[in-house]
Design a protein around this ligand. Structure first.
Ligand code: ATP
Length: 255
């Protein structure tokens, strides 16, 4: 089998806020085309890791290489901005702008595209995530939770990135909307050949759509594998997480 292509390589990462060390000796690989889930205890540093991979949080030491670029050492910022899309928790839309204007924002910031072509591109992104045309003229407060998440994905995908980062994408959604959102992520990954990195506590999502799961505990990635294999992990925290009562219902193969 051909060796899988690594699109993100995190090596020897150390991050800290003041004297509080969040990550130490952390290594992580993300492979092209996969959906990688990241799990770990609350407050364990998953969001900080995501921000570090996005270049938003500078580490004390270590490196993050994305698509061959060391993102903390003179990277091509334009390339990174257009190749890494992110949806933060709650979609993080601008509340005073319509959905259409939210999706147009990355084009205005990073491209010269304006006018009718810009409107059409934004509308294409909005329909790509399964939202009806009239949603484009609504403000975030007028959208349901599921619609807001979809809108957040439309904005994250505005510049056609190959990497999509999602922070707790299904948090706050009812089970049906969460399952629909999971389906959307898989179909977008397949259609657009995306690589997806997803921080989540949602066991349904992990078992349904992740190709691999990386476990963050004790400041580092202690295990990374297909989710079904993690209940037998050598790592104790990972075993207890995936053998917990909530996770057990997935272990027999049924749900
Ligand atoms: N800007 C910041 N300044 C200081 N401390 C921070 C900052 N951002 C995060 N932290 C701290 O870093 C630690 C890790 O936070 P992080 O949000 O990454 O955890 P998490 O694993 O994503 O948690 P959760 O699952 O609850 O969202 C927490 O103790 C948090 O308080």
């Amino acid at each position: 089998m051909a060796e899988r292509e690594r699109v993100i390589e995190v090596r020897d990462l150390k991050t800290a806020f003041g004297k509080t060390v969040i990550h130490e000796d952390l290594d992580l690989d993300v492979y092209r085309g996969e959906i990688l889930g990241i799990v770990g205890a609350s407050g364990g540093g998953k969001s900080v890791l995501l921000n570090t991979m996005l270049g938003l949080q500078r580490p004390i030491s270590g490196s993050v290489v994305v698509g061959g670029q060391d993102i903390f050492n003179n990277p091509d910022r334009k390339w990174l901005a257009s190749n890494m899309g992110v949806m933060f928790q709650n979609g993080a839309l601008f509340s005073s702008l319509t959905l259409q204007e939210n999706v147009e924002a990355p084009f205005l910031e990073h491209t010269e595209i304006r006018g009718e072509f810009l409107s059409r591109l934004a509308q294409m992104k909005i329909s790509l995530v399964g939202l009806a045309n009239d949603a484009a003229y609504k403000r975030p407060a007028e959208l349901s939770g599921g619609m807001k998440k979809r809108a957040g994905v439309a904005r994250a995908l505005a510049l056609d990135p190959k990497l999509l980062f999602l922070d707790e994408p299904t948090a706050g959604l009812d089970p049906l909307a969460a399952a629909e959102f999971d389906d959307l992520i898989v179909s977008l990954r397949d259609a657009l050949e995306l690589t997806v990195v997803m921080v989540t506590h949602d066991l349904d999502s992990l078992f349904q759509i992740s190709d691999r799961v990386a476990v963050l505990a004790d400041k580092k990635i202690v295990a990374s594998d297909a989710v079904e294999k993690l209940r037998d992990s050598e790592d104790e925290w990972t075993r207890s997480y995936f053998q917990s009562r909530r996770a057990r219902r997935f272990n027999s193969g049924g749900n």
